[in-house]
Design a protein around this ligand. Sequence first.
Ligand SMILES: [Zn+2]
Length: 320
Amino acid sequence: MTADAIIQTTPRQGIHWEFEKLDRCPVCHGAEFSVVFVGEIRSVPLQFTKCASCGLIVQNPRPTCRALENYFSSRTFIEDSSAADYDLEQPLGYHNYSEWDASYKATASLRLKRIMAYRPPPAKLLEIGTATGSFLDVARRFGYAVRGIDVSTLFAEMARRKYGLDIDRHFIEDAPLPPATYDVVCNFGGISCWREPVRALVNIRRSLTPNGIFVLNFSDIDALVGRLLGRWYPEFNHASLSIFSTATIQRTLQTAGFDPVFFETERQYASIGRIVTYFRSRTGRWLANRLRIDNVTIPVVAIGTVFGVCLPSARASVAY
Ligand SMILES: [Zn+2]
């Protein structure tokens, strides 16, 4: 993949927004795109294009490596509600990631019970995109030996402070992972943020033991929620570098040498406040505050979000 034409924009929210134009699809290397979303969020330009060959939707132009490190490590990304120019309908990050830690932990237990059916502890588990470390903390209690990777310095500091976790800071594509080491590698809500998903997955595959599994979730834009919301689909945001469908994720996984063996609609715990914020509903937030149910956590079937388990394919090697 090549990228050319660095586009500089005025720094905003303390973030050095710098974009690069993609001339090839990061999955199939196709060179023809059509624009599917164009707009801006709080004056920061945002555009998505669809690959004519495989159908993958990518942010294009997209933030450069330097801009992504800067953005993911910013207070705006982790606690957007504290930004001076915060607007619920135009988010540039999580409303306040830490506010919903309890629901993330409850969700972690659900995910781990599914993972245990494939690879119970004792086992080595690596999480990519650890955020505050809540999943790894629960995984450690389940008996897994845990490691974590995140690009964000601010998230890594929070995980260290809160849970005593040492998080390695890398982009997953370039992370120096030990070969044939992990029984479980997982990533929740993160594959859409990877610059080169196939190269990242090949790196992950090499780090798995022969019986290892890769576990992920992703938002499926072809599901009903995506079709109903159109350009208001929440995944059209600056943190999404790719927006997948079930078809494009399967192609991506298979190109990297993975066979998806289990796909199911994700189950999570979420607070009412988190749900209405995700859908950018001012009325919903007002109502939740008024009824004092903001922090009420409920089990939800996350329609349009898919939980998947993948095995390294039987093919001996994957050239990529
Ligand atoms: Zn493509």
